[in-house]
Design a protein around this ligand. Structure first.
Ligand SMILES: NC(=O)C1=CN([C@@H]2O[C@H](COP(=O)(O)OP(=O)(O)OC[C@H]3O[C@@H](n4cnc5c(N)ncnc54)[C@H](OP(=O)(O)O)[C@@H]3O)[C@@H](O)[C@H]2O)C=CC1
Ligand SMILES: O=C1CO[C@H](CO)[C@@H](O)[C@@H]1O
Length: 327
């Protein structure tokens, strides 16, 4: 990468739906970045996206890879994440791919193998750890710890999503475990370490995806109780318990802005860290930094973290009886 490219990282986006719009809001807040090319299947959607945000409207994914881009963001639905991640890596582009990066662990491993072979950065888009609140909380706990953490309770059930949303599509890898549970999986693994055991229960809806699921997990350092759903109005907060205190990350904990630390000695500490530009900007800034440092993996959303998350979800899905096409 020459000096100019180091200054401005040129992005190509595949898919221009809901999250892609929020991604551009985040991208615009990260200095040294530029939206250069966009492709999706429907030309009219690409044209209107480009009209709104700029960049070149590509007519094929090959055209996008041949355009003057440094990195690729994949904003399609999970059924096609592997296909486009592999194409992008084979075209020599580092990839930031939306969560869940793959339908299951075997598919994720096939992407990671190519990333490793090519020596290219591949990162799953898992935003919470990059938010200022999450970072500040971790820093604060180093100075004033809550002791070893042994229990995490978190969950969210989002009941206001319209029924024609892809979250409800079996073919497009919808379902509350995959779409929402992945955040809960991240939280449990981040605070408690690798998963050793999963016990899950869930209720499938008429489209074949899980409408509500609960899973309790055993980890290297303790236990978690998690839920995800689409038909109950869940709270969306998270509780992290240590020997000397506990932390509540208030709703929606995966877009964290406020936490309360409740110490055993009676002290209560409130942490408020609002986020800007929709919040994807922090994850984007981290990814850009890794590209500039020629890193092949994020130390935060590492390949192993992605493997652990999808491994937990694979197990939970198996127990609630949800298999996707081809499984
Ligand atoms: N990080 C976060 O905060 C969030 C992440 N997400 C994740 O983002 C991803 C996308 O979700 P969302 O934006 O809500 O979905 P949308 O349905 O709104 O957008 C998906 C986009 O991808 C395109 N697309 C779908 N399938 C293909 C394909 N096979 N080939 C090419 N283009 C395709 C669609 O184009 P077309 O019109 O051609 O179908 C559309 O432009 C999901 O994985 C979801 O989990 C979602 C919300 C929040
Ligand atoms: O990541 C996500 C955040 O929550 C949304 C629901 O409100 C989900 O649809 C989405 O996949």
């Amino acid at each position: 990468m020459d000096k100019n490219t180091m200054n401005k990282l040129k992005w190509g986006i595949i898919g221009c739906g809901r999250i892609a719009h929020r991604f551009v809001q985040g991208l615009r807040a990260v200095p040294g970045t530029e939206l250069v090319s966009v492709w999706s299947r429907r030309a009219e959607a690409v044209d209107s996206f480009v009209e709104q945000y700029g960049g070149r409207a590509c007519r094929s994914v090959e055209e996008l890879f041949l355009s003057d881009i440094d990195v690729v963001y994949i904003a399609t639905l999970p059924d096609s994440h592997a296909q486009y991640s592999i194409l992008a890596l084979n075209a020599g582009k580092p990839v930031l791919c939306e969560k869940p990066a793959a339908t299951n662990l075997a598919i994720l491993d096939s992407i990671l193998a190519i990333a490793r072979e090519k020596g290219l950065l591949f990162m799953e888009g898992m935003k919470p750890p990059f938010f200022p609140l999450y970072q500040k909380l971790k820093e604060y706990l180093l100075i004033d710890p809550i002791g070893p953490v042994g229990y995490v309770r978190a969950g969210s059930s989002v009941a206001d999503i319209s029924r024609d949303h892809p979250n409800f599509s079996h073919d497009l890898v919808g379902g509350s475990i995959m779409q929402i549970g992945i955040y809960e999986a991240f939280l449990a693994i981040d605070w408690l370490g690798a998963t050793k055991k999963v016990q899950a229960l869930g209720r499938l809806g008429e489209t074949g995806i899980d409408m509500f699921s609960i899973f309790q997990t055993e980890h290297e350092n303790g236990y978690a109780q998690l839920y995800a759903g689409f038909d109950l109005h869940g709270k969306g907060d998270a509780l992290i318990c240590g020997t000397l205190g506990n932390v509540t990350i208030h709703k929606n904990w995966w877009n964290p802005a406020r936490a309360t630390i409740d110490y055993l000695d009676g002290r209560i500490v409130e942490i408020d860290e609002p986020f800007a530009a929709g919040g994807l900007n922090y994850e984007i800034a981290h990814f850009c930094e890794l590209v500039r440092q020629h890193k092949a993996e994020s130390p935060i959303i590492s390949h192993e973290m992605s493997r652990q998350m999808i491994g937990m979800l694979d197990e939970a899905r198996a127990q609630v009886g949800l298999k996707y096409k081809g499984e």
